[in-house]
Design a binder for this molecule. Sequence first.
Ligand code: BES
Ligand code: MN
Ligand code: MN
Length: 464
Amino acid sequence: MTIPMPTPALEAYLDATAERRLARYLDLLRIPSISGIAEHAPDCRRAAEQLAADMRAGGMEHVEASETGGHPIVYADWLHAAGAPTVLLYGHYDVQPVDPLDEWEAAPFEPIVRDGRVLARGASDDKSNVSIALSAAEAILATRGALPVNLRFVFEGEEESSSVHLEPWLTANAARLTADVALVADSGFFAGNMPAITVGLRGLAAAEIHVTGPFQDVHSGVFGGAIENPINALASIIAGLKGPDGRVRIPGFYDDVVALSDAERTAMAALPFDEEALRAELDVPALVGESGWTTMERRGARPTLDANGIWGGFSGEGSKTIIPGRAHAKITCRLVANQDPTRIFELLRDYVMEIAPPGVRVEVVAMGGGRPTLTPHDQPATRAFARALEATFGQAPVFVREGGSIPVAASFESILGLPVTVMGFMPPNGNFHAPNEWMDLGNFETGIRALAAFFDEFAAHPGG
Ligand code: BES
Ligand code: MN
Ligand code: MN
């Protein structure tokens, strides 16, 4: 099969416009579009408006920053490739909060370019992929006057705060959002910077546990020994959720997990993954997890249960001899196909109630979630994207099950009925959600060529 190469005209255009393109990406990074913090709502709107303006300038049509009740969804299309397939390309312009601020080498919204990297919040997740997509479409339209495929952009501003308005928007707009594939541009490369295509994403089920003891904090000498302590009770509940073998003890938790085939296990084992490098990078004494599975399998193909936060009682300076009145924890489970977030929440809630010690009141509250996805390697868009990556990066991609979650990927399947290809150019260790998030500028530039090559390749072989 032909492997597409960037055309000379496209290459010349991209060369000539590199500086402007970088400036536009840095401008987007300067906008603190943190979707989860209410005071940044105007910044999210500004990011949406900048994207809309950039798309208009780049030749996209029907550009709108669509009102949702939350942060706008930016939509645009270009639909003049008669007879060619249609690609719906999704990304998000919102970012995660930036604390702890003092661990950043530079201010998170004042991007710096150093050693071929851009350092800023959102530099990789997901303003890299969004900027790459805009640049690819713009460059093709500028050099050829037409795209080889029909294209719809859907960029949301609430991915990092659980996309509450996207599903209703997809449902309301389903009739006009016809396409042949949803290209979910919110992922990245594999360890050591190998081109990769994401074939699995985990889902999520989130909960809070609230434990209530006496009517308020009370003296631990006067009452200690007579009443249950909510922090002790919460600790014993959390400890009871997993066994020493790393397995989640909630009855039924694993019932719907799709088994890994021997072939899949062999393929995962063949990935060039360096456990010791990961251990060292994370600076932990050992990698641990559910027994019977490799680290790769535990991260991509097995579900987890983790406490994300725990609070209550006194943690200030000195000592304070109390039995606290309350204790709280945030818990999330990462899910794999075919676990259902609602069902997993119910199982978690029931088991917490079952193992809760007497003497305290326990409440388990659902905090939302999202479904996992598992997509075939051999669908036409995935194959076309694999060829485009090989042609531009000089290396065939690996197919990876990512441990992260993009709940909307499942919505493109269920609401719009589209096959989904999850891809992107983020560096595997790009510090997403963490201090010193970064993007590799070489991958940024080659990513534009790869996406352009994908459009050509998918147009040439829409059936695979
Ligand atoms: N882009 C990530 C998901 C991701 C991470 C894909 C790593 C591939 C590799 C996405 O923005 C994200 O962070 N998702 C959240 C989902 C949550 C906020 C509902 C996540 O995984 O925690
Ligand atoms: Mn993302
Ligand atoms: Mn993210």
